[in-house]
Write a protein that binds this ligand. Structure first.
Ligand code: PMP
Length: 463
């Protein structure tokens, strides 16, 4: 077989891709007809494809490449660690320096008494850990029946059986026999789409109080935990009204329910603080982490666990019968540690707070002048715009949800901008190191794409 390289013609790479590579979240037969875009290189906030196009990555990969592409220091750390100790497990009375050093660093950065790290290879795996961990916690406390976890519709917590069950994506629950037992879902705090005539503040309270109603319905002695993303990411970058999280916190405290913040996207600077929980003013017992932990340079995730939960499970007199071959993988841990150090050394959080966010906010808000854009939201560097045929009423399009969003995404793709759509919401999450001049390019390409999509939907009678 010939060696497959970046230098092969795009068509040949696409044919091989279609023949042998099944893609995540994809209708593969349809993709095979279109052909995948082949990404060959990355530098800073830009990607290059096999046709030589330079694409501005407004999503930092999948919300993860926070330090930007092509950082030599991270490649060097990985190479050094591979030579020194490529792998060892931490199961049987062994440990190693990368796992120890990274856990200590994470504990230093995490707020309050979130002092303990259980490693996973991804965010999904980490949420599977969380399901088993909170159930184990209550079991050790003598309350094995306290095993239901409450989440939200349209939440995203991963693709494993556990992660997808915690998540509230109806399309995922429709495939593969989900959710697993003892997971309950309440409605999401998505004011723009579901708030009707309520003010955002009233709506935030109403949606938070669904948690109280659900706990009352199930019985507090049956509910182990509530899980939520501080800001829903894959659901459409939905920023909850200001009243929402304080009320959720009050309810969790009142009923003795553990609070899990899924910080897979919001962790490590995305919202301008180390953790989204700090931005939203909540105090979780457990945080799920992944993505920005290593800026996507190595697959690694984990759970940051508070003293009380850790001490209970660690001191139970029995093993916690759970772990992954790659829990605390030395190479991934070494890369993640260097990534966190670089975030500090380069003052990336200050850059997000004082430079990139204010500049992007001004320009992002400017998009609401466009006839298609009903609202523009941005926290730190995660943002969304709502596409609507009527800004006054926040109406939905008559076409199937997502039709206009998909058309807009296609125009972005053609204009060398990666901006995702969730239904008819467009979302961004650029690398945290993005410069104002690059933000200008992002906005210029987004505006052109919106103009083209608008012309197309008018021509097709979709308005
Ligand atoms: N939780 C959240 C909030 C996420 O956004 C994601 C990934 N998009 C996950 C969990 C799952 O992480 P992974 O894809 O690494 O399994």
């Amino acid at each position: 077989m010939t060696t497959i390289t970046n230098h092969m013609p795009t068509k040949e790479l696409q044919a091989l891709d279609a023949a042998h590579h099944m893609h995540p979240f994809t209708e593969d037969a349809a993709l095979a007809k279109k052909g995948a875009r082949i990404i060959t290189r990355g530098k800073g906030v830009f990607l290059t494809d096999s046709e030589g196009n330079e694409i501005l990555d407004g999503m930092a990969g999948l919300w993860c490449v926070n330090l930007g592409y092509g950082r030599k220091e991270l490649a060097e750390v990985a190479a050094r660690q591979m030579e020194e100790l490529c792998y060892y497990n931490t199961f049987f009375q062994t440990s190693h320096v990368p796992a120890i050093a990274l856990a200590a660093k994470i504990a230093e950065l995490a707020p309050g008494d979130l002092n303990h790290v259980f490693y996973a290879g991804s965010g999904s795996e980490a949420n599977d850990t969380n399901i088993r961990l909170v159930r184990r916690y209550w079991d050790v406390k003598g309350k094995p029946e306290k095993n239901i976890i409450i989440s939200r519709k349209n939440a995203y917590h991963g693709s494993t059986m556990g992660g997808a069950s915690l998540g509230g994506m109806s399309g995922m629950h429709a495939q593969g026999g989900l959710p697993i037992p003892n997971i309950a879902h309440i409605n999401q705090p998505h004011w723009y789409a579901e708030g009707g005539d309520m003010t955002p503040e009233e709506f935030g309270l109403a949606r938070a109080r669904e948690l109280e109603a659900k706990i009352e319905e199930l019985g507090a002695d049956r509910v182990a935990a509530f899980i939520g993303e501080p800001i829903q990411g894959a659901g459409g970058v939905i920023v909850p009204p200001s009243t929402y999280w304080p009320e959720i916190q009050r309810i969790c405290d009142k009923y003795g329910i553990l609070l899990i913040a899924d910080e897979v996207i919001t962790g490590f600077g995305r919202t301008g603080n180390w953790f989204g929980s700090q931005t939203m003013g909540i105090k979780p017992h457990i945080m799920t982490i992944a993505k920005g932990l290593s800026s996507g340079y190595a697959p690694i995730g984990g759970s940051i666990i508070c003293d009380e939960v850790y001490n209970t499970v660690a001191g139970s007199g029995d093993d916690f019968n759970h772990g992954y071959t790659y829990s605390g993988h030395p190479v991934a841990s070494a890369v993640a540690l260097r990534n966190l150090e670089m975030l500090e050394e380069e003052n990336v959080l200050d850059h997000v707070r004082n430079v990139a966010h204010p500049y992007l906010m001004e320009r992002w808000q400017g998009l609401t002048d466009h006839p298609l854009v009903g609202e523009a939201k941005l926290v730190g560097l995660m943002g969304s715009i709502a596409l609507t045929p009527n800004k006054e009423t926040r109406a939905k399009f008559a076409s199937d949800a997502g039709t206009v969003g998909y058309m807009t995404r296609e125009r972005c793709f053609a204009n060398n901008l990666v901006m995702r759509h969730v239904g008819d919401r467009m979302i961004i999450s650029p690398p945290l190191v993005i410069k104002p001049s690059e933000i200008d390019i992002l906005i210029e390409r987004a505006t052109r794409s919106l103009d083209e999509a608008y012309a197309k939907i008018k021509a097709e009678g979709l308005l």
